[in-house]
Design a protein around this ligand. Structure first.
Ligand code: SF4
Ligand code: SF4
Ligand code: SF4
Length: 181
């Protein structure tokens, strides 16, 4: 396992970007390649900083408050009265915890929601809100987050590739412009 992979293995895998990087693996890479500080992951909290410090032989600094709080953000909830079914929140969720289709009401499968809050800014009618988890429901584990994120990433890549192929096929079969006939 590379050092970057060892660091990534210590991160919570919510992909929330609160560290200022585009996900957990990019943050792990920045720690190794750019000397990024190890205290920038709020979901990992102080235990996470200390685990990184032990691995890297660095000072276990206090969590950087500029990156956010280590309190559980809870789960996302979609107001059914306000959702317009635009589906903009679907691709944004790194663990595919939002269920719905274009022009239909969307909802959050709370057991899979890791509280990353990335969906909130995607909603044009501000109908996504965070609320506490139901009593006794634990936040998803890093292993669960990682598995769901990898499936999400693969699906997004596959769909982008299918869209490109469709566009290329349409261009090939499109009639030539009038001036070229
Ligand atoms: S879980 Fe931590 S390392 Fe991963 S994206 Fe969020 S802040 Fe960054
Ligand atoms: S539903 Fe929203 S808060 Fe929950 S994991 Fe998905 S994007 Fe993050
Ligand atoms: S972005 Fe907002 S309005 Fe659009 S489907 Fe998602 S929750 Fe509904």
């Amino acid at each position: 396992m590379t050092l970057i992979e060892q660091i990534d293995a210590l991160l919570p895998q919510t992909q929330c970007t609160r560290c200022g990087y585009d996900g957990c693996l990019p943050y792990a890479s920045a720690i190794v390649r750019e000397g990024a500080a190890i205290n920038r992951c709020p979901p990992g909290g102080q235990p996470g900083v200390e685990a990184l410090a032990a691995l890297l032989g660095r000072e276990p600094l206090p969590l950087d408050p500029a990156c956010g709080s280590d309190e559980d953000a809870g789960v996302a909830w979609i107001d059914p009265q306000a959702c317009i079914g635009c589906a903009r929140c679907l691709p944004v969720c790194p663990v595919d915890a939002i269920i719905g289709a274009a022009r239909f009401l969307h909802t959050v499968y709370e057991a899979d929601c890791n509280g990353c809050e990335l969906c909130i800014a995607s909603c044009p009618v501000d109908c996504i809100h965070m609320r506490p988890r139901v009593v006794g429901q634990a936040a998803p584990s890093a292993a669960d987050n990682r598995g769901r994120y990898l499936r999400h990433r693969d699906r997004m890549r596959r769909e982008a590739s299918e869209r490109s192929a469709l566009l290329a096929a349409r261009k090939r079969t499109a009639p030539p412009p009038a001036a070229a006939r």
